[in-house]
Design a protein around this ligand. Structure first.
Ligand SMILES: CC(C)(COP(=O)(O)OP(=O)(O)OC[C@H]1O[C@@H](n2cnc3c(N)ncnc32)[C@H](O)[C@@H]1OP(=O)(O)O)[C@@H](O)C(=O)NCCC(=O)NCCS
Length: 511
Protein backbone atom coordinates (compact mmCIF):
# COMPACT_ATOMS: atom_id res chain seq x y z
CA UNK A 1 0.00 0.00 0.00
CA UNK A 2 1.49 3.27 -1.11
CA UNK A 3 0.26 5.29 1.89
CA UNK A 4 2.22 3.23 4.41
CA UNK A 5 4.69 5.94 5.26
CA UNK A 6 2.08 8.67 5.86
CA UNK A 7 0.69 9.39 9.29
CA UNK A 8 -2.90 10.10 10.23
CA UNK A 9 -1.94 13.71 11.09
CA UNK A 10 -0.96 14.26 7.45
CA UNK A 11 -4.24 13.10 5.97
CA UNK A 12 -6.85 13.89 8.61
CA UNK A 13 -9.48 16.60 8.03
CA UNK A 14 -9.68 19.63 10.29
CA UNK A 15 -11.38 21.53 11.70
CA UNK A 16 -13.76 18.76 12.64
CA UNK A 17 -17.49 19.35 12.20
CA UNK A 18 -18.82 18.97 15.74
CA UNK A 19 -22.12 19.00 17.61
CA UNK A 20 -23.20 18.96 21.22
CA UNK A 21 -25.15 16.08 22.73
CA UNK A 22 -28.04 18.42 23.58
CA UNK A 23 -28.49 19.62 19.99
CA UNK A 24 -31.35 18.18 17.94
CA UNK A 25 -30.61 15.51 15.33
CA UNK A 26 -32.28 17.77 12.73
CA UNK A 27 -29.73 20.54 13.47
CA UNK A 28 -26.82 18.11 13.40
CA UNK A 29 -27.91 16.50 10.13
CA UNK A 30 -28.47 19.94 8.56
CA UNK A 31 -24.91 20.77 9.54
CA UNK A 32 -23.66 17.51 8.02
CA UNK A 33 -25.38 18.42 4.78
CA UNK A 34 -24.11 22.00 4.77
CA UNK A 35 -20.55 20.93 5.44
CA UNK A 36 -20.88 17.91 3.12
CA UNK A 37 -19.62 15.45 5.72
CA UNK A 38 -20.88 12.02 6.67
CA UNK A 39 -20.58 12.43 10.44
CA UNK A 40 -20.30 14.90 13.29
CA UNK A 41 -18.17 14.35 16.35
CA UNK A 42 -20.08 15.06 19.54
CA UNK A 43 -17.94 17.03 21.95
CA UNK A 44 -17.93 18.18 25.52
CA UNK A 45 -15.51 21.11 25.33
CA UNK A 46 -12.67 19.74 23.22
CA UNK A 47 -13.19 16.18 24.41
CA UNK A 48 -15.00 13.76 22.03
CA UNK A 49 -17.87 11.96 23.75
CA UNK A 50 -19.61 10.44 20.76
CA UNK A 51 -20.01 10.34 17.01
CA UNK A 52 -23.19 10.70 14.96
CA UNK A 53 -22.93 9.25 11.47
CA UNK A 54 -25.25 8.90 8.47
CA UNK A 55 -25.63 5.31 9.52
CA UNK A 56 -26.98 6.43 12.92
CA UNK A 57 -29.50 8.60 11.05
CA UNK A 58 -30.67 5.61 9.01
CA UNK A 59 -30.89 3.55 12.24
CA UNK A 60 -32.86 6.36 13.86
CA UNK A 61 -35.30 6.63 10.99
CA UNK A 62 -35.80 2.85 10.87
CA UNK A 63 -36.49 2.83 14.63
CA UNK A 64 -38.98 5.69 14.35
CA UNK A 65 -36.88 8.44 15.94
CA UNK A 66 -37.93 12.05 15.44
CA UNK A 67 -35.72 14.87 14.07
CA UNK A 68 -36.33 16.69 17.36
CA UNK A 69 -34.57 13.89 19.29
CA UNK A 70 -31.24 14.93 20.76
CA UNK A 71 -27.92 13.93 19.28
CA UNK A 72 -27.05 12.18 22.56
CA UNK A 73 -30.00 9.80 22.06
CA UNK A 74 -28.72 8.48 18.73
CA UNK A 75 -24.95 8.99 18.72
CA UNK A 76 -22.49 6.18 19.24
CA UNK A 77 -21.03 7.06 22.65
CA UNK A 78 -17.32 6.84 23.53
CA UNK A 79 -16.19 6.21 19.96
CA UNK A 80 -12.91 4.53 19.20
CA UNK A 81 -10.28 7.02 18.19
CA UNK A 82 -6.87 7.06 16.59
CA UNK A 83 -3.73 9.02 17.54
CA UNK A 84 -2.30 11.51 15.02
CA UNK A 85 1.08 9.76 14.80
CA UNK A 86 -0.39 6.39 13.80
CA UNK A 87 0.35 5.43 10.21
CA UNK A 88 -2.38 5.25 7.57
CA UNK A 89 -2.21 1.46 7.22
CA UNK A 90 -2.95 0.90 10.88
CA UNK A 91 -5.74 3.47 10.80
CA UNK A 92 -7.24 1.79 7.75
CA UNK A 93 -7.10 -1.60 9.47
CA UNK A 94 -8.96 -0.20 12.51
CA UNK A 95 -11.66 1.33 10.35
CA UNK A 96 -12.10 -1.78 8.23
CA UNK A 97 -12.00 -4.18 11.18
CA UNK A 98 -14.79 -2.36 13.00
CA UNK A 99 -16.72 -1.33 9.90
CA UNK A 100 -16.30 2.37 10.73
CA UNK A 101 -16.36 5.01 8.04
CA UNK A 102 -15.03 7.81 10.23
CA UNK A 103 -12.76 7.83 13.24
CA UNK A 104 -11.91 10.86 15.42
CA UNK A 105 -8.25 11.71 15.80
CA UNK A 106 -7.48 12.37 19.46
CA UNK A 107 -4.27 13.69 20.98
CA UNK A 108 -4.01 13.61 24.75
CA UNK A 109 -7.80 13.44 25.14
CA UNK A 110 -8.35 16.40 22.80
CA UNK A 111 -10.12 16.15 19.46
CA UNK A 112 -7.66 17.32 16.78
CA UNK A 113 -9.10 15.96 13.55
CA UNK A 114 -11.13 13.25 11.87
CA UNK A 115 -10.05 10.65 9.39
CA UNK A 116 -12.46 8.93 7.04
CA UNK A 117 -12.26 5.78 5.00
CA UNK A 118 -12.45 8.08 1.99
CA UNK A 119 -9.35 10.04 3.12
CA UNK A 120 -7.43 6.82 3.60
CA UNK A 121 -8.48 5.32 0.32
CA UNK A 122 -7.64 8.52 -1.53
CA UNK A 123 -4.03 8.36 -0.45
CA UNK A 124 -3.59 4.63 -0.29
CA UNK A 125 -5.45 3.03 -3.24
CA UNK A 126 -6.57 0.35 -0.83
CA UNK A 127 -8.80 -2.43 -2.18
CA UNK A 128 -11.33 -2.61 0.62
CA UNK A 129 -13.86 -5.11 -0.71
CA UNK A 130 -12.99 -8.14 1.37
CA UNK A 131 -12.73 -6.07 4.51
CA UNK A 132 -15.91 -4.08 4.07
CA UNK A 133 -18.33 -6.39 2.31
CA UNK A 134 -19.83 -7.58 5.59
CA UNK A 135 -21.10 -4.13 6.45
CA UNK A 136 -23.06 -3.36 3.29
CA UNK A 137 -26.77 -3.39 4.19
CA UNK A 138 -29.11 -5.53 2.13
CA UNK A 139 -30.58 -3.60 -0.77
CA UNK A 140 -27.86 -0.95 -0.25
CA UNK A 141 -30.20 0.80 2.20
CA UNK A 142 -28.71 4.09 3.35
CA UNK A 143 -25.51 3.62 1.32
CA UNK A 144 -24.34 6.82 -0.36
CA UNK A 145 -23.13 5.89 -3.84
CA UNK A 146 -22.69 9.26 -5.55
CA UNK A 147 -22.83 12.99 -5.17
CA UNK A 148 -25.61 14.84 -6.96
CA UNK A 149 -26.87 18.38 -7.40
CA UNK A 150 -30.18 17.28 -8.90
CA UNK A 151 -32.26 16.59 -5.82
CA UNK A 152 -32.72 14.57 -2.67
CA UNK A 153 -35.22 12.88 -0.39
CA UNK A 154 -35.29 13.35 3.38
CA UNK A 155 -37.13 10.31 4.62
CA UNK A 156 -37.61 11.25 8.26
CA UNK A 157 -38.86 14.73 7.42
CA UNK A 158 -41.21 13.63 4.63
CA UNK A 159 -39.54 16.12 2.29
CA UNK A 160 -37.97 15.96 -1.16
CA UNK A 161 -36.59 18.57 -3.46
CA UNK A 162 -35.56 19.23 -7.04
CA UNK A 163 -32.39 21.27 -7.15
CA UNK A 164 -32.92 23.97 -4.51
CA UNK A 165 -36.73 23.90 -4.45
CA UNK A 166 -39.35 21.95 -2.54
CA UNK A 167 -40.73 19.56 -5.18
CA UNK A 168 -44.29 19.72 -3.84
CA UNK A 169 -44.23 23.52 -4.05
CA UNK A 170 -43.06 23.24 -7.65
CA UNK A 171 -45.92 20.83 -8.42
CA UNK A 172 -48.37 23.24 -6.84
CA UNK A 173 -47.17 26.39 -8.57
CA UNK A 174 -45.26 25.61 -11.78
CA UNK A 175 -45.78 24.02 -15.16
CA UNK A 176 -44.11 20.76 -16.12
CA UNK A 177 -42.02 22.53 -18.74
CA UNK A 178 -40.71 24.97 -16.10
CA UNK A 179 -39.65 22.10 -13.87
CA UNK A 180 -38.16 20.19 -16.79
CA UNK A 181 -36.07 23.30 -17.52
CA UNK A 182 -35.05 23.49 -13.86
CA UNK A 183 -33.89 19.87 -13.82
CA UNK A 184 -31.70 20.36 -16.87
CA UNK A 185 -30.50 23.93 -16.42
CA UNK A 186 -30.32 24.19 -12.63
CA UNK A 187 -32.57 27.29 -12.49
CA UNK A 188 -36.21 28.02 -13.18
CA UNK A 189 -36.66 29.79 -16.54
CA UNK A 190 -37.21 33.51 -16.94
CA UNK A 191 -40.17 34.51 -19.14
CA UNK A 192 -38.14 34.60 -22.40
CA UNK A 193 -36.35 31.37 -21.48
CA UNK A 194 -39.71 29.71 -20.84
CA UNK A 195 -41.01 30.63 -24.29
CA UNK A 196 -37.80 29.55 -26.01
CA UNK A 197 -37.73 26.25 -24.11
CA UNK A 198 -41.37 25.46 -24.91
CA UNK A 199 -40.70 26.11 -28.59
CA UNK A 200 -37.55 23.97 -28.47
CA UNK A 201 -39.05 20.90 -26.81
CA UNK A 202 -42.41 21.03 -28.57
CA UNK A 203 -40.60 20.88 -31.91
CA UNK A 204 -38.93 17.63 -30.78
CA UNK A 205 -42.14 15.73 -30.03
CA UNK A 206 -42.49 13.94 -33.37
CA UNK A 207 -41.44 10.33 -33.81
CA UNK A 208 -38.77 9.92 -36.53
CA UNK A 209 -40.53 8.82 -39.73
CA UNK A 210 -38.60 5.55 -40.12
CA UNK A 211 -39.67 4.45 -36.62
CA UNK A 212 -43.23 5.75 -37.01
CA UNK A 213 -43.77 3.51 -40.02
CA UNK A 214 -42.58 0.45 -38.07
CA UNK A 215 -44.90 1.04 -35.10
CA UNK A 216 -48.08 -0.63 -36.43
CA UNK A 217 -46.22 -3.87 -37.02
CA UNK A 218 -44.53 -3.74 -33.60
CA UNK A 219 -47.87 -3.07 -31.89
CA UNK A 220 -49.43 -5.96 -33.82
CA UNK A 221 -46.70 -8.46 -32.93
CA UNK A 222 -46.93 -7.55 -29.25
CA UNK A 223 -50.57 -6.57 -29.10
CA UNK A 224 -51.00 -7.67 -25.48
CA UNK A 225 -47.65 -6.48 -24.15
CA UNK A 226 -47.69 -3.72 -21.53
CA UNK A 227 -47.09 -0.35 -23.26
CA UNK A 228 -43.97 0.13 -21.14
CA UNK A 229 -42.40 -2.97 -22.71
CA UNK A 230 -43.14 -1.58 -26.15
CA UNK A 231 -41.69 1.78 -25.13
CA UNK A 232 -38.46 0.02 -24.17
CA UNK A 233 -38.24 -1.66 -27.54
CA UNK A 234 -39.22 1.30 -29.69
CA UNK A 235 -37.05 3.76 -27.80
CA UNK A 236 -34.13 1.46 -28.48
CA UNK A 237 -35.10 1.60 -32.14
CA UNK A 238 -35.19 5.40 -32.07
CA UNK A 239 -31.69 5.52 -30.55
CA UNK A 240 -30.44 3.21 -33.28
CA UNK A 241 -32.29 5.05 -36.07
CA UNK A 242 -30.96 8.42 -34.93
CA UNK A 243 -27.45 7.01 -34.60
CA UNK A 244 -26.97 7.77 -30.90
CA UNK A 245 -23.34 7.18 -30.08
CA UNK A 246 -21.68 6.23 -26.75
CA UNK A 247 -21.94 9.06 -24.23
CA UNK A 248 -18.20 8.72 -23.74
CA UNK A 249 -17.67 10.08 -27.26
CA UNK A 250 -20.10 13.00 -27.02
CA UNK A 251 -19.78 16.56 -25.80
CA UNK A 252 -22.05 17.83 -23.04
CA UNK A 253 -23.96 19.88 -25.63
CA UNK A 254 -24.59 16.87 -27.87
CA UNK A 255 -25.71 14.76 -24.93
CA UNK A 256 -28.06 17.53 -23.76
CA UNK A 257 -29.64 17.70 -27.23
CA UNK A 258 -30.20 13.94 -27.20
CA UNK A 259 -31.73 14.15 -23.73
CA UNK A 260 -34.23 16.81 -24.84
CA UNK A 261 -35.14 14.74 -27.87
CA UNK A 262 -35.75 11.60 -25.85
CA UNK A 263 -37.79 13.37 -23.13
CA UNK A 264 -39.94 15.07 -25.78
CA UNK A 265 -40.59 11.96 -27.84
CA UNK A 266 -41.41 9.50 -25.03
CA UNK A 267 -45.01 10.75 -24.48
CA UNK A 268 -45.69 10.71 -28.23
CA UNK A 269 -44.31 7.21 -28.56
CA UNK A 270 -46.31 5.91 -25.61
CA UNK A 271 -49.59 7.34 -26.86
CA UNK A 272 -48.99 6.08 -30.39
CA UNK A 273 -48.30 2.56 -29.12
CA UNK A 274 -51.29 2.65 -26.80
CA UNK A 275 -53.63 3.72 -29.61
CA UNK A 276 -52.23 1.19 -32.07
CA UNK A 277 -52.68 -1.58 -29.52
CA UNK A 278 -56.31 -0.53 -29.21
CA UNK A 279 -56.82 -0.36 -33.01
CA UNK A 280 -57.10 3.41 -32.95
CA UNK A 281 -55.53 5.94 -35.30
CA UNK A 282 -52.38 7.56 -34.00
CA UNK A 283 -52.96 11.19 -32.92
CA UNK A 284 -50.17 13.59 -33.83
CA UNK A 285 -48.84 15.94 -31.11
CA UNK A 286 -50.20 19.49 -31.08
CA UNK A 287 -47.56 22.18 -30.63
CA UNK A 288 -50.13 24.63 -29.24
CA UNK A 289 -50.83 22.37 -26.27
CA UNK A 290 -48.64 22.26 -23.18
CA UNK A 291 -47.08 18.97 -22.09
CA UNK A 292 -49.86 17.38 -20.02
CA UNK A 293 -52.76 18.58 -22.17
CA UNK A 294 -50.94 17.32 -25.26
CA UNK A 295 -50.29 13.98 -23.56
CA UNK A 296 -53.96 13.42 -22.74
CA UNK A 297 -54.92 14.65 -26.19
CA UNK A 298 -52.58 12.20 -27.94
CA UNK A 299 -53.91 9.39 -25.76
CA UNK A 300 -57.65 10.03 -26.09
CA UNK A 301 -57.95 12.11 -29.25
CA UNK A 302 -59.81 14.83 -27.31
CA UNK A 303 -58.44 18.02 -25.83
CA UNK A 304 -58.82 17.48 -22.05
CA UNK A 305 -60.45 19.88 -19.62
CA UNK A 306 -58.08 22.31 -17.92
CA UNK A 307 -58.78 20.57 -14.57
CA UNK A 308 -57.79 17.14 -15.85
CA UNK A 309 -54.71 18.45 -17.65
CA UNK A 310 -53.60 20.22 -14.47
CA UNK A 311 -54.25 17.14 -12.29
CA UNK A 312 -52.06 14.98 -14.54
CA UNK A 313 -49.47 17.74 -14.83
CA UNK A 314 -49.15 17.91 -11.03
CA UNK A 315 -48.73 14.14 -10.86
CA UNK A 316 -46.10 14.30 -13.61
CA UNK A 317 -44.16 17.06 -11.87
CA UNK A 318 -44.22 15.21 -8.57
CA UNK A 319 -42.66 12.10 -10.13
CA UNK A 320 -39.84 13.63 -12.20
CA UNK A 321 -37.13 12.68 -9.75
CA UNK A 322 -36.77 11.03 -6.38
CA UNK A 323 -33.26 10.53 -5.10
CA UNK A 324 -31.31 7.40 -5.94
CA UNK A 325 -34.28 5.19 -6.66
CA UNK A 326 -33.62 1.90 -8.48
CA UNK A 327 -34.27 3.17 -12.03
CA UNK A 328 -32.20 6.35 -11.59
CA UNK A 329 -29.35 4.31 -10.17
CA UNK A 330 -29.65 1.93 -13.13
CA UNK A 331 -29.45 4.85 -15.58
CA UNK A 332 -26.33 6.14 -13.86
CA UNK A 333 -24.66 2.73 -13.78
CA UNK A 334 -25.23 2.27 -17.51
CA UNK A 335 -24.02 5.79 -18.25
CA UNK A 336 -20.91 5.16 -16.18
CA UNK A 337 -19.87 2.56 -18.75
CA UNK A 338 -19.94 5.28 -21.43
CA UNK A 339 -22.90 3.63 -23.18
CA UNK A 340 -25.31 5.76 -25.20
CA UNK A 341 -28.10 7.77 -23.61
CA UNK A 342 -30.91 5.59 -24.90
CA UNK A 343 -29.24 2.46 -23.49
CA UNK A 344 -29.34 4.09 -20.05
CA UNK A 345 -32.98 5.18 -20.42
CA UNK A 346 -34.05 1.75 -21.64
CA UNK A 347 -32.33 0.11 -18.67
CA UNK A 348 -34.09 2.53 -16.35
CA UNK A 349 -37.46 1.72 -17.93
CA UNK A 350 -36.80 -1.95 -17.20
CA UNK A 351 -36.11 -1.17 -13.55
CA UNK A 352 -39.18 1.04 -13.29
CA UNK A 353 -41.49 -1.64 -14.64
CA UNK A 354 -41.17 -3.78 -11.50
CA UNK A 355 -44.14 -3.67 -9.10
CA UNK A 356 -41.85 -2.81 -6.19
CA UNK A 357 -40.83 0.37 -8.00
CA UNK A 358 -43.12 1.94 -10.61
CA UNK A 359 -45.47 -0.90 -11.37
CA UNK A 360 -47.75 -0.35 -8.37
CA UNK A 361 -50.41 2.28 -9.24
CA UNK A 362 -52.62 0.04 -11.34
CA UNK A 363 -52.35 -2.64 -8.66
CA UNK A 364 -53.33 -0.10 -6.01
CA UNK A 365 -56.46 0.77 -8.00
CA UNK A 366 -57.16 -2.95 -8.52
CA UNK A 367 -57.00 -3.28 -4.76
CA UNK A 368 -59.58 -0.50 -4.29
CA UNK A 369 -61.86 -2.20 -6.79
CA UNK A 370 -61.42 -5.57 -5.11
CA UNK A 371 -62.31 -4.08 -1.73
CA UNK A 372 -65.33 -2.36 -3.26
CA UNK A 373 -66.91 -0.86 -0.13
CA UNK A 374 -65.40 0.40 3.09
CA UNK A 375 -67.14 -2.21 5.28
CA UNK A 376 -65.04 -4.89 3.54
CA UNK A 377 -61.73 -3.03 3.84
CA UNK A 378 -60.48 -4.20 7.21
CA UNK A 379 -61.04 -7.91 6.55
CA UNK A 380 -59.66 -7.68 3.00
CA UNK A 381 -56.49 -5.84 4.04
CA UNK A 382 -55.92 -7.98 7.12
CA UNK A 383 -56.29 -11.11 5.07
CA UNK A 384 -53.81 -9.86 2.45
CA UNK A 385 -51.14 -8.89 4.98
CA UNK A 386 -51.59 -12.12 6.96
CA UNK A 387 -51.14 -14.06 3.71
CA UNK A 388 -47.80 -12.26 3.28
CA UNK A 389 -48.96 -10.02 0.41
CA UNK A 390 -47.82 -6.42 0.14
CA UNK A 391 -50.43 -3.71 0.05
CA UNK A 392 -49.70 -1.80 -3.12
CA UNK A 393 -49.25 1.91 -2.58
CA UNK A 394 -47.92 1.51 0.95
CA UNK A 395 -44.41 1.42 2.40
CA UNK A 396 -41.27 3.08 1.17
CA UNK A 397 -37.56 2.47 1.45
CA UNK A 398 -36.79 6.04 2.43
CA UNK A 399 -39.99 7.57 3.82
CA UNK A 400 -40.80 6.42 7.32
CA UNK A 401 -43.50 9.05 7.59
CA UNK A 402 -46.05 10.44 5.11
CA UNK A 403 -44.77 10.47 1.53
CA UNK A 404 -45.21 14.15 0.56
CA UNK A 405 -46.26 13.06 -2.93
CA UNK A 406 -49.16 11.03 -1.57
CA UNK A 407 -50.25 13.97 0.59
CA UNK A 408 -50.23 16.27 -2.44
CA UNK A 409 -51.96 13.76 -4.71
CA UNK A 410 -54.64 13.15 -2.09
CA UNK A 411 -55.50 16.85 -2.25
CA UNK A 412 -55.43 16.77 -6.07
CA UNK A 413 -57.80 13.79 -5.97
CA UNK A 414 -60.10 15.65 -3.56
CA UNK A 415 -60.08 18.72 -5.80
CA UNK A 416 -60.93 16.68 -8.90
CA UNK A 417 -63.61 14.66 -7.14
CA UNK A 418 -64.74 11.43 -8.74
CA UNK A 419 -66.31 8.20 -7.59
CA UNK A 420 -63.34 6.67 -5.82
CA UNK A 421 -61.96 9.50 -3.69
CA UNK A 422 -63.98 8.86 -0.53
CA UNK A 423 -63.40 5.12 -0.69
CA UNK A 424 -59.67 5.69 -1.28
CA UNK A 425 -59.38 7.94 1.78
CA UNK A 426 -61.16 5.43 3.97
CA UNK A 427 -59.18 2.47 2.63
CA UNK A 428 -55.96 4.44 3.12
CA UNK A 429 -56.72 4.89 6.82
CA UNK A 430 -57.80 1.27 7.21
CA UNK A 431 -54.58 0.08 5.52
CA UNK A 432 -52.38 2.24 7.74
CA UNK A 433 -54.18 0.88 10.81
CA UNK A 434 -53.88 -2.75 9.67
CA UNK A 435 -50.19 -2.31 8.80
CA UNK A 436 -49.48 -0.65 12.16
CA UNK A 437 -51.12 -3.58 13.93
CA UNK A 438 -49.75 -6.47 11.86
CA UNK A 439 -46.36 -4.98 10.97
CA UNK A 440 -45.58 -2.97 14.10
CA UNK A 441 -42.51 -0.76 14.05
CA UNK A 442 -42.09 -0.91 10.25
CA UNK A 443 -43.53 2.61 9.79
CA UNK A 444 -45.58 1.82 6.71
CA UNK A 445 -47.52 4.75 5.25
CA UNK A 446 -49.10 5.62 1.93
CA UNK A 447 -46.67 6.12 -0.95
CA UNK A 448 -47.03 8.03 -4.23
CA UNK A 449 -48.64 5.14 -6.04
CA UNK A 450 -51.84 4.94 -4.02
CA UNK A 451 -53.40 8.24 -5.12
CA UNK A 452 -51.55 8.27 -8.45
CA UNK A 453 -53.97 5.66 -9.75
CA UNK A 454 -56.99 7.53 -8.40
CA UNK A 455 -55.88 10.83 -9.97
CA UNK A 456 -54.98 9.34 -13.34
CA UNK A 457 -58.16 7.30 -13.51
CA UNK A 458 -60.26 10.40 -12.80
CA UNK A 459 -58.41 12.27 -15.55
CA UNK A 460 -59.09 9.57 -18.11
CA UNK A 461 -55.75 7.76 -18.20
CA UNK A 462 -56.39 4.07 -18.66
CA UNK A 463 -54.94 1.63 -16.16
CA UNK A 464 -52.36 0.10 -18.49
CA UNK A 465 -50.96 3.59 -19.06
CA UNK A 466 -50.34 4.40 -15.36
CA UNK A 467 -46.74 3.21 -15.16
CA UNK A 468 -45.95 4.44 -18.68
CA UNK A 469 -47.21 7.88 -17.64
CA UNK A 470 -44.84 7.71 -14.67
CA UNK A 471 -42.03 6.85 -17.11
CA UNK A 472 -42.83 9.85 -19.30
CA UNK A 473 -42.04 12.27 -16.47
CA UNK A 474 -39.30 10.23 -14.81
CA UNK A 475 -37.32 10.24 -18.07
CA UNK A 476 -36.70 13.94 -17.38
CA UNK A 477 -35.09 12.99 -14.06
CA UNK A 478 -33.19 10.05 -15.53
CA UNK A 479 -31.67 12.16 -18.26
CA UNK A 480 -30.69 14.90 -15.79
CA UNK A 481 -28.82 12.19 -13.86
CA UNK A 482 -27.33 10.74 -17.05
CA UNK A 483 -25.91 14.15 -17.95
CA UNK A 484 -24.59 14.68 -14.44
CA UNK A 485 -22.96 11.23 -14.41
CA UNK A 486 -21.41 11.74 -17.85
CA UNK A 487 -20.05 15.16 -16.88
CA UNK A 488 -17.98 13.72 -14.03
CA UNK A 489 -17.77 10.05 -14.72
CA UNK A 490 -16.07 7.12 -13.13
CA UNK A 491 -17.13 3.54 -13.92
CA UNK A 492 -19.53 2.30 -11.22
CA UNK A 493 -18.22 -1.14 -10.45
CA UNK A 494 -18.88 -2.32 -6.89
CA UNK A 495 -17.96 -5.67 -5.36
CA UNK A 496 -19.92 -8.51 -3.81
CA UNK A 497 -19.05 -10.75 -0.93
CA UNK A 498 -18.63 -14.33 -2.17
CA UNK A 499 -20.58 -16.70 0.11
CA UNK A 500 -20.64 -19.85 -2.07
CA UNK A 501 -18.68 -23.10 -1.82
CA UNK A 502 -15.06 -22.14 -1.05
CA UNK A 503 -12.91 -22.23 -4.19
CA UNK A 504 -10.87 -23.69 -5.68
CA UNK A 505 -12.59 -27.09 -5.80
CA UNK A 506 -11.17 -29.66 -8.23
CA UNK A 507 -12.99 -29.46 -11.59
CA UNK A 508 -14.56 -32.91 -12.21
CA UNK A 509 -13.68 -34.55 -15.54
CA UNK A 510 -16.24 -33.84 -18.29
CA UNK A 511 -18.67 -36.58 -19.35
C1 LIG B 1 -41.68 0.02 -1.51
C2 LIG B 1 -41.09 -1.21 -0.82
C3 LIG B 1 -40.53 -2.15 -1.90
C4 LIG B 1 -39.96 -0.79 0.13
O1 LIG B 1 -39.41 -1.96 0.61
P1 LIG B 1 -38.21 -2.09 1.64
O2 LIG B 1 -37.70 -0.81 2.12
O3 LIG B 1 -37.22 -3.01 1.02
O4 LIG B 1 -38.94 -2.77 2.85
P2 LIG B 1 -38.89 -4.30 3.19
O5 LIG B 1 -39.22 -5.10 1.97
O6 LIG B 1 -37.57 -4.55 3.85
O7 LIG B 1 -40.07 -4.41 4.21
C5 LIG B 1 -39.95 -4.19 5.61
C6 LIG B 1 -41.11 -4.88 6.31
O8 LIG B 1 -42.32 -4.17 6.01
C7 LIG B 1 -43.22 -5.02 5.31
N1 LIG B 1 -43.83 -4.24 4.23
C8 LIG B 1 -43.24 -3.27 3.49
N2 LIG B 1 -44.14 -2.77 2.62
C9 LIG B 1 -45.29 -3.43 2.82
C10 LIG B 1 -46.56 -3.35 2.23
N3 LIG B 1 -46.83 -2.48 1.25
N4 LIG B 1 -47.52 -4.17 2.66
C11 LIG B 1 -47.28 -5.05 3.66
N5 LIG B 1 -46.08 -5.17 4.27
C12 LIG B 1 -45.11 -4.37 3.86
C13 LIG B 1 -42.40 -6.16 4.76
O9 LIG B 1 -43.19 -7.31 4.59
C14 LIG B 1 -41.36 -6.31 5.83
O10 LIG B 1 -41.95 -7.03 6.91
P3 LIG B 1 -41.08 -8.08 7.76
O11 LIG B 1 -40.15 -7.23 8.57
O12 LIG B 1 -42.11 -8.81 8.54
O13 LIG B 1 -40.35 -8.96 6.78
C15 LIG B 1 -42.19 -1.94 -0.01
O14 LIG B 1 -42.71 -1.09 0.98
C16 LIG B 1 -43.31 -2.49 -0.89
O15 LIG B 1 -43.18 -3.60 -1.42
N6 LIG B 1 -44.45 -1.73 -1.07
C17 LIG B 1 -45.52 -2.16 -1.92
C18 LIG B 1 -45.21 -1.84 -3.39
C19 LIG B 1 -45.30 -0.36 -3.70
O16 LIG B 1 -46.22 0.33 -3.26
N7 LIG B 1 -44.34 0.10 -4.49
C20 LIG B 1 -44.24 1.49 -4.89
C21 LIG B 1 -43.12 2.17 -4.20
S1 LIG B 1 -43.10 3.91 -4.48
Amino acid sequence: MSGASRSVAEIMSQPVVTASGAQSVADASARMREQEVGSVVVVDGDRPVGILTERDLVRMSAAGGAPTDTVAQWMTADPDSVAPDVDAVTAFATLAEHGYRHIPVVDDGRLVGIVSMRDLMRIAQIQPAENLAHEVPRGLEGVVVAETRIGDVRGTEGFYHYRQYNAVELAETRSLEDVWYLMHHGELPTMPERAAFAAEVRSLRCIPAEVQSALPEIARVASHAPPLDLLRTTLSLIGAALGFRPSLDLSAVELHEQAMRVCAVVPTLLCALYRLQHDLEVVEPRPDLAYAANYLYMMSGDVPSAEHARGVEQYLISTIDHGFNASTFTARVITSTGADLVAAVVGAIGALSGPLHGGAPSRALDMLDAIGTIDKADAWLRDAVERGDRLMGFGHRVYKTDDPRSVMLRSVAERLGGPRVELAKQVEQAAIDVLAELKPGRKLYTNVEFYAGVVMDTCGVSRDMFTPTFASSRVIGWTAHILEQAADNRLIRPSAQYVGVPPPQPVPPAG
